[in-house]
Design a protein around this ligand. Structure first.
Ligand SMILES: [Zn+2]
Length: 430
C-alpha cells in the first residue's frame, strides 16, 4: 500500500537521479524522523536550551528510532534562533554540547544515514549581533501588532516560538545568554496556528541574502561537512520571510539590482525585481551546494520548499524558484503540514480547516510537481495533529521515495503505535 496517486506521472526528473540517491543512502524508501533538539520535549513552539543541554538522551532517541523501524535520522543542527548544535568555531552554540557529534557517532555505529537540516536566512542571534545584515523593509506596514517604517530592519517579535526561562535565573541574566529575548510574555495558548505558543516572546530576524550573512553560513556548512560524517545536508529557510512582500531593499540589494537591471525597473513593483530576488536565493543555493560538495562529493544536498500559490507566495514573498533551486540541489523536500493549520483535536471547525489544507496541498503538488528538476522527499508532521490525520499524511505525501516525519519529541503514544504499524506494512518489517 502506498499513496493513492501515481506521483511518477507528475514529476519530470530523470529516474537515474533517484537511483543515485537511493544508493548513497542505502535504502529504497526513506522513513525518517526529525529531531529538533532546541525545541524541547513536546511541540515545536518552544526554545528550550536547558532541555538540549541536560535532558536530551541521544542513545535513548536512537534506540527508540530503531525500535520503530525508522531507517533515516533527520537532525536540525541549526534552528531559526541561530543555535548551532555542534562544536563550532564560527557559530553560536548555547547548549555547551556537541549534539551533532553524538548523533553522527551513533548513526555510524548503527549504520543509519544522517540527514541534517540547516536554517539559513532566519537567524535571531545573528540579527542581534549584526543588525546591519538584517533585511530591510521597502514599505511601511503593520505586523504582529507592531508598526514598522520603510527603511526599518526586519527584526520582529517571533510569531510562533516562545521561551521558558529556568526558574532560578533572573531575566536580565538569562537575556545575557539569549540576547534576542524580550520581557513580553504570552500566557494563553490559542487555537490558530500562530497563537499556540506560551512563554517569553523572542525577537527574530530574516537576514539579507546579499549580505555577509551568506559567508557566515558557508563557513558553518564547511565546518559541518568537514568535521562530521553527514549523509545529506538540507538547507531550510533558503528564502525571504514569507510574512512580507517588501524585503529586502537595503543599500546592497538596491545597488546590486541597479547594476544588473539598470535604472528603469522599479524596486518592489517590477517583474525584474522579483527575478532578482529569486536569483539572489539561487546564488546562495549554488554557493552552499558547491561548499558541501567540495568537502564531500558524496554528501547529498537538499532544500526545504514551502508549497503554496506560485505567483504571489513562491515568487513575490519567499522567492523560491522551484525549477532553478531543484536544478542546483540533489533533492527537494516539500514541507507538507496541512494539519498544522487545524486539527480535529481542537474541534470540528479546526478539523475542517486541516482537511481543506490537506486537499489543497495535494492539489498544489499535482499542479506544480513538474517544476522540480529533482526527486522529492516530503516531510510531514506528527505533532499538533492526531494519529488518524498523521497517517493520512504519511500515505498522501509519499511522492514515491518515502516520507520524513517531524518531530520525535511531541509524538503521542497512539501515534508511535501507528508509525510502527505503518513501517511494518510499507517497509517489510515483521
Ligand atoms: Zn538586502
Amino acid at each position: 500500500m502506498g499513496s493513492d496517486v501515481d506521483w511518477s506521472k507528475y514529476f519530470t526528473y530523470r529516474k537515474t537521479m533517484l537511483d543515485a540517491i537511493k544508493k548513497r543512502l542505502g535504502c529504497d524508501k526513506i522513513f525518517a524522523m526529525a529531531i529538533m533538539p532546541i525545541r524541547g520535549s513536546r511541540g515545536f513552539r518552544k526554545l528550550d536550551y536547558e532541555f538540549a543541554e541536560n535532558d536530551l538522551n541521544v542513545k535513548e532517541v536512537m534506540d527508540t528510532l530503531e525500535e520503530y523501524h525508522f531507517n533515516t535520522v533527520g537532525l536540525v543542527i541549526k534552528d531559526t534562533d541561530g543555535a548551532c548544535i555542534w562544536n563550532t568555531k564560527n557559530g553560536w552554540n548555547p547548549t555547551n554540547r556537541d549534539i551533532l557529534g553524538e548523533f553522527s557517532d551513533e548513526c555510524r555505529a548503527r549504520d543509519i544515514p544522517l540527514l541534517v537540516s540547516f536554517t539559513s536566512m532566519n537567524d535571531a542571534y545573528q540579527g542581534h549581533l549584526h543588525p546591519e545584515r538584517v533585511s530591510v523593509h521597502g514599505k511601511k506596514g503593520k505586523k504582529f501588532g507592531r508598526v514598522y517604517q520603510k527603511g526599518d530592519i526586519s527584526t520582529h517579535p517571533e510569531g510562533e516560538m516562545r521561551v521558558s526561562k529556568p526558574k532560578n535565573v533572573p531575566f536580565a541574566r538569562y537575556r545575557q545568554k539569549i540576547p534576542f529575548l524580550t520581557d513580553q510574555i504570552d500566557k494563553e495558548s490559542g487555537k490558530a496556528r500562530s497563537t499556540r505558543g506560551k512563554g517569553y516572546i523572542p525577537l527574530t530576524s530574516f537576514m539579507c541574502p546579499n549580505s555577509k550573512h551568506v559567508d557566515y553560513l558557508l563557513s558553518l556548512a564547511e565546518e559541518v561537512v568537514q568535521n562530521y560524517s553527514v549523509d545529506a545536508f538540507f538547507a531550510d529557510y533558503i528564502r525571504y520571510d514569507g510574512a512580507f512582500k517588501d524585503l529586502c531593499t537595503c543599500e546592497r540589494c538596491r545597488s546590486r539590482f541597479r547594476e544588473q537591471y539598470g535604472s528603469k525597473p522599479k524596486i518592489i513593483k517590477s517583474s525584474e525585481w522579483y527575478n532578482f530576488k529569486e536569483e539572489t536565493i539561487v546564488r546562495y543555493g549554488k554557493k552552499l551546494h558547491k561548499t558541501i560538495k567540495k568537502k564531500d562529493p558524496n554528501c547529498i544536498t537538499g532544500w526545504f520548499c514551502l508549497p503554496g500559490p506560485k505567483k504571489w507566495f513562491t515568487r513575490k514573498k519567499i522567492a523560491q524558484n522551484w525549477e532553478k533551486l531543484s536544478a542546483v540541489f540533489d533533492i527537494v523536500s516539500p514541507m507538507e503540514y496541512p494539519y498544522l493549520m487545524g486539527t480535529r483535536d481542537d474541534g470540528w471547525f479546526w478539523g475542517k480547516v486541516g482537511d481543506f489544507f490537506y486537499w489543497y496541498f495535494l492539489r498544489n503538488m499535482k499542479k506544480r510537481a513538474h517544476e522540480f528538476n529533482s526527486p522529492a522527499l516530503a516531510i510531514t508532521n506528527s505533532v499538533e495533529c492526531n494519529a488518524e490525520e498523521m497517517l493520512k499524511q504519511l500515505y498522501g505525501f509519499d511522492f514515491g521515495f518515502g516520507i520524513g516525519v517531524f518531530k520525535y519529541f511531541g509524538t503521542t503514544g497512539e501515534q508511535w503505535a501507528v508509525l510502527k504499524k505503518f513501517a511494518k506494512q510499507n517497509y517489510g518489517f515483521k
